[in-house]
Write a protein that binds this ligand. Sequence first.
Ligand SMILES: Cc1cc2nc3c(=O)[nH]c(=O)nc-3n(C[C@H](O)[C@H](O)[C@H](O)COP(=O)(O)O)c2cc1C
Length: 304
Amino acid sequence: MISLQTKLSNLVLSNPTILASGILGETAGCINAVAKSGVGAIVTKSIGSVPKEGYPNPTVVELEFGYINAMGLPNPGIDEFEKEIIDSISCGVPIIGSIFASDETEFTYLGKRMEKIGVAALELNLSCPHAKGYGMEIGIDPEIVRKIVSKIKDEIRIPVFAKLTPNTHRLIDVAKAVEEAGGDGVVAINTVKAMSISIDLKRPVLANRYGGLSGPAIRPIGIRCVYELYEALNIPIIGVGGIVTWKDAVEYLMAGATALQIGSAVQKKGLRVFKDINNGLRKFLEREGYSAVNEIVGVAHELP
Ligand SMILES: Cc1cc2nc3c(=O)[nH]c(=O)nc-3n(C[C@H](O)[C@H](O)[C@H](O)COP(=O)(O)O)c2cc1C
């Protein structure tokens, strides 16, 4: 019997697949439906302290190898969203509450609200590439990140994961700041800053001009980030970026990820993607003579 069970701090997942933030994690109806798909955990849409409309359309460009989105973090705010979590908290899989804020006080306020509602863990969005004053604008500065994680860890008990941006040369400095401040894990990566131009309209496609690239195009960037982080950190790494098949999942695990998030592939393949990846993983592990998924975490580092 192959075990797919994995552990992130004190959070135990029945399998390593997690729904990434921003994809179907917006309402109780969606969260409850995703919970039945075989997924190991669900990350909610990133939630702020007040409602936010996001950018005008177009907000998404579909490319042959992924998407560029600039949603602008639209969300109903924590007061409204609370009801959605309450109605989905017993869905059978752990819910990880994603939050975004502009400083440590607002992050801590949101973290405490999420903890009180009953989420299993927190994910700090320190990495959205297209929201003014939020996300990567603060997430590329190790000292700001250290302050945020440290204050949140002082005030809440559930595990805290920091979601990092690849849009920096200071990835390791930021990740070390998370670890030193008591963070329980890092999530790598959020989308890669990108843009697309309509040659007919002779202008950028997205209303916001710039957005974040996701999907298979960014997998090699995600793999590189996870591989580097594994060499530098002792806390768990959650790999995300371009995972579509079980082979992509194995690649991330071998690079050093303990769990995996899947976003764009849910849009492309539907909810069956979680079961497909888990079935493929199980068969691969069996064929290779392993008995548990954790046995392949980081094996690509064991060079002669
Ligand atoms: C439409 C869309 C909305 C997203 N919204 C969020 C969000 O609210 N918070 C966040 O941390 N990441 C958000 N992301 C980023 C994803 O969670 C993920 O990090 C990224 O898409 C890479 O994974 P993928 O290639 O599997 O999609 C969003 C991505 C997409 C495509």
